[in-house]
Design a protein around this ligand. Structure first.
Ligand code: 13P
Length: 334
């Protein structure tokens, strides 16, 4: 394990004022996003859209890394430059989603497990050769009266740790993503309880599987009220409860937390991240609170782009605006 490389990359990904753009939507997910703006998802349209994001002038001031999908890490921009080079030339570290999505967990109604471990060691070698500096694996945990079960938490945590150990062996920083879904009308206490149980299980497995905590990043959800809860907790409470939950479960040696946006409205995502950074010092939170956002950075530029070349400039401006505001929230200055 190249500890020095792992630690350096992990720290660079959570550099001050910067975070990660998640542009690693699988073929199915990007098709759904494009359907919402009536654009056909083809290799060309996906390339044009993502190239617009990656070439947005000045965005590297706020982005340390971009997570790519397998197609994109092998793809060239319109002028023949590889997408990896487009990013690396701006000092942005390319990363890669390596899980293969979720399938139903046997004998566990409504619960999912993430696949993609078979052959992962060889795929990681190839991604390293293609220029990746980090990897991502997403596990999905839903909240209901019956779920999550300890069976699904154990199974997903085991896979996350297997992925993380293999990534570090290949010199790649793993972004460990146990996403607790916001769906449901549960209150913030219930989200706290599920997040606490999830993180305990994940860090137990990471320790058992010898993952170097200084050389990884955690990509969790914030502790929030369910998306359809009658009364939703405000940013101050979200930040307090999230920090309280992490203090119980996260070792201080993890350098940074790169939150997902999870389908929360943009303004609430920004306000919550801002509150977390405002409270961090007084609460003695030892971790960087950064971002690894997909929807919250891409919603506005996707709508502005609408698949038309003549909208490229407007879309880039919308992306820059969201990235700048998110970068400010990452410093508690939004
Ligand atoms: P969202 O920010 O849209 O939740 O996406 C982040 C991500 O990469 C999910 O795996």
């Amino acid at each position: 394990m190249d500890k020095q490389r792992l630690v350096q990359t992990a720290q660079a990904l959570v550099a001050e004022g910067k975070g990660i753009l998640a542009a690693d939507e699988s073929s199915g997910t990007i098709k759904r996003r494009f359907d919402s703006i009536n654009v056909e998802s083809t290799e060309g349209s996906r390339r044009n859209y993502r190239e617009m994001l990656f070439r947005t002038a000045g965005v590297n001031e706020f982005l340390s890394g971009v997570i790519l999908f397998d197609e994109t890490i092998r793809q060239d921009a319109a002028d023949g430059t590889s997408m990896v080079k487009v990013l690396a030339d701006q000092g942005i570290i390319p990363g890669i989603k390596v899980d293969k999505g979720t399938v139903p967990l046997p004998e566990a109604p409504d619960e999912l497990v993430t696949e993609g471990l078979d052959g992962l060691r060889d795929r990681l070698k190839e991604y390293n050769d293609l220029g990746a500096g980090f990897t991502k694996w997403r596990a999905v945990i839903g909240i209901s009266d019956e779920t999550p079960t300890s069976y699904s938490l154990a199974t997903n945590a085991h896979a996350l740790a297997r992925f993380a150990a293999l990534s570090q062996e290949a010199g790649l920083v793993p972004i460990v993503e146990p996403e607790v879904l916001r769906d449901g009308d549960h209150d913030i206490d219930r989200c706290f309880e599920v997040t606490e149980e999830t993180l305990r299980e994940v860090f137990d497995q990471l320790a058992q599987q010898k993952v170097l905590l200084e050389g990884m990043l955690l990509k969790p959800s914030m502790v929030i009220s369910g998306g359809s809860a009658g009364k939703r907790a405000d940013p101050r409470e979200v930040a307090e409860r999230t920090i309280e939950c992490f203090k119980r479960t996260l070792p201080a040696s993890v350098p940074g937390i790169v939150f997902l946006s999870g389908g929360e409205p943009d303004d609430s995502v920004t306000a919550n991240l801002n509150a977390l950074n405002q409270q961090a010092a007084a609460a003695n939170a030892p971790w960087e609170f950064s971002f690894s956002f997909g929807r919250s950075l891409q919603g506005a530029p996707l709508a502005a782009w609408a698949g038309k070349a003549e909208n490229t400039e407007a879309a880039a401006l919308a992306f820059y605006t969201r990235a700048k505001l998110t970068g400010a929230a990452r410093k508690g200055a939004a």
